[in-house]
Ligand binder design. Sequence first.
Ligand SMILES: NC(=O)c1ccc[n+]([C@@H]2O[C@H](COP(=O)([O-])OP(=O)(O)OC[C@H]3O[C@@H](n4cnc5c(N)ncnc54)[C@H](O)[C@@H]3O)[C@@H](O)[C@H]2O)c1
Length: 321
Amino acid sequence: MSTSRIEKVAILGGGVIGSSWATNFIWYGVSVTVYDIDENCLKVAQDRITGNLKYLAQKGIITSEKMIEAISLITYTADIEDAVSDVQFIQEAGPEQYETKRALLADCDQYAPSDAVFATSSSGLLITEIAKYSKIPERCIGAHPYNPPHLIPLVEIGKGEKTSEETARKTYDFYRSLGKEPVILQKEALGFIANRLSVALYREAIDLVVKGVCSVEDIDKAVSYGPGLRYALMGPNLIYQLGGGSYGIQGILHHIGPSVEFWWADMADWKKWPEGWGEKAQKGVNEAMANRPPEQGRTPEEIIKWRDDKLLELLKILGKL
Ligand SMILES: NC(=O)c1ccc[n+]([C@@H]2O[C@H](COP(=O)([O-])OP(=O)(O)OC[C@H]3O[C@@H](n4cnc5c(N)ncnc54)[C@H](O)[C@@H]3O)[C@@H](O)[C@H]2O)c1
């Protein structure tokens, strides 16, 4: 497999994630063809991508010249051969099903250059299973973004049994060149790293509400006005290192370690969503949204706008913009 620069990418699936990836790639000067089976979805993708770039220009993140240049780098097609025949990298962002992802990979085996990387955005399917029937399984790799990928730096790179080291290295280097913060999993894990951590936290959050310890609204307050502020800056290991003072993380283990074992013994370890949680959560979230300060938005549209404005500020603070 060649290590030549990646200048042209195909995105398979122009939905929420495909549109955001496309924004990221053209923002960084990489040509993109977005493929979707649904012409109407292609139209929506075009509106989304153009809207994302206009927003970045309006926020002063890119110049209007850069916005025009980026928009000129993208084409849309409902023909997969047309999309992948001359690319070095394929970002798959179709539905989260093995059959669809395998079918897209089979099309790429047929129409794409044999050395083009096939990176799936799958949220948690196994790469080995996706690549199971491929003629070129060594080019298949997991590249799981966080929504919206053009603003969140993390990409979790997951190898399947047959993924080559060259594919992993090429994928890692490509995302680095786009300003991402990729991490490579050393072995396959359902849900990868960040989603496993998210749902571990969420299980305990649900349990606290179900046990009547606190409300849905207070869970979200406790996370975003407490540890969440630090999590934007550093992960749990470094947080505990600093919390342990001159003794570091080992000091924390010594200090609160024995208590934590009591907490763990008392914490949720169930494996199925509790009955009725969806309705309870929805009611709680509706109340919390109605209680938000108006300047932080109360409808989903207003909150998304507020979130993206604040994300840009955070990314600037973190030196990512
Ligand atoms: N939404 C998220 O927060 C998120 C985050 C990380 C990863 N992902 C993953 O990204 C992938 C895409 O998710 P999404 O949220 O963008 O979904 P989506 O439903 O918004 O978009 C999927 C797109 O794929 C198109 N499509 C359907 N069948 C197709 C086919 N055979 N060939 C080409 N296109 C086809 C649809 O028309 C649609 O436009 C999934 O694997 C998902 O698990 C999603």
